[in-house]
Design a protein around this ligand. Structure first.
Ligand code: BG6
Ligand code: MG
Length: 215
C-alpha cells in the first residue's frame, strides 16, 4: 500500500521544464551548438552543472571550471527571468486538487526537485505549505538518476521507500525512483518514460483511486 507520494516539480506540477529548455537553447546557440527539444530530454531532472556538461559534450567543447561556472550562472539568470512572471494559476490544471485529495486520505506528500530554484517556484505558485516535506537541489550531493533525492524525501516523511510513489517527467527521474525501490508514474511520453510502472500524459490522470489500487 502506498503511504507517501513524492512529486517532482519542473514538468510535473508546472511547465517550468519548458523554461529550462529555452534558457539552455539560448546558451547553446551562443556557443554555436545545435540543441533540440528531443536532445533536451537528457537534461531533464539532472543538475545544472550536469546539464551544461551534456551540452558541451554535444558540441565537443572543453572549457575550464571557471568558464563553466560563468555559463551555468548565465543560463540560470535567464531561467530566473522567465519564471519570475509565473502566476499561481499556472500550476497544471487538477494538480492542486489531486494533492488535496491525497492528503485528505492520510497519504503523505513530498516534493523532490533537483532544482536550486524550487523554493522560488513554489513561492510563486503559492503551494509551499501543501507538502509534508521538501527536498531540493541545495540538499543533495548526487543528481538524478541517483536515488539520493527520493531516499531523503522518504526519510523526511518517515516512510519506507517501498511505500512511496513518485511522479516524474524525466527519464533520469524515473531511473532514480526505480533505483530507490519506489513505484513510479511517468508523466509524458511512453517512449521516453518506458521504464516507469505507469505512464500518463498529464499528472492528474493518475488519480487517487489509481494510487490506492497499487498493491
Ligand atoms: C530539474 C530540471 O528539476 O532541475 C532540470 O528538470 C534542471 O532541467 C534542474 O537543470 C536543476 O535546476 P536549477 O534550477 O537548479 O538550475
Ligand atoms: Mg521534472
Amino acid at each position: 500500500m502506498i503511504q507517501a507520494v513524492i512529486f517532482d516539480l519542473d514538468g510535473v506540477l508546472v511547465d517550468t521544464a519548458h523554461y529550462h529548455f529555452l534558457a539552455w537553447q539560448r546558451l547553446a546557440k551562443e556557443l554555436g551548438i545545435h540543441f533540440t527539444e528531443q536532445e533536451n530530454e537528457q537534461l531533464k531532472g539532472v543538475s545544472r552543472m550536469r546539464s551544461l556538461e551534456i551540452i558541451l559534450e554535444m558540441g565537443n567543447l572543453q572549457l575550464s571550471l571557471d568558464e563553466m561556472n560563468k555559463l551555468a550562472e548565465k543560463k540560470n539568470k535567464w531561467f530566473v527571468q522567465y519564471i519570475n512572471k509565473i502566476k499561481p494559476d499556472e500550476i497544471f490544471p487538477g494538480v492542486k486538487e489531486l494533492i488535496q485529495r491525497i492528503r485528505e486520505s492520510k497519504i503523505k506528500v513530498a516534493l523532490a526537485s533537483s532544482s536550486k530554484n524550487a523554493n522560488t517556484v513554489l513561492d510563486l505558485l503559492h503551494i509551499k505549505n501543501i507538502f509534508d516535506a521538501l527536498v531540493d537541489g541545495t540538499m543533495i550531493t548526487h543528481t538524478k538518476p541517483d536515488p539520493e533525492i527520493f531516499l531523503l524525501a522518504a526519510k523526511k516523511l518517515n516512510v519506507l521507500p517501498s511505500q512511496c510513489l513518485v511522479y516524474e517527467d524525466a527519464e533520469a527521474g524515473v531511473d532514480a525512483a526505480l533505483a530507490a525501490g519506489m513505484k513510479c508514474v511517468g508523466v509524458g511520453s511512453p517512449n521516453t518514460l518506458r521504464s516507469a510502472h505507469f505512464v500518463v500524459a498529464a499528472t492528474p490522470e493518475f488519480t487517487l483511486e489509481k494510487i490506492k489500487s497499487i498493491v
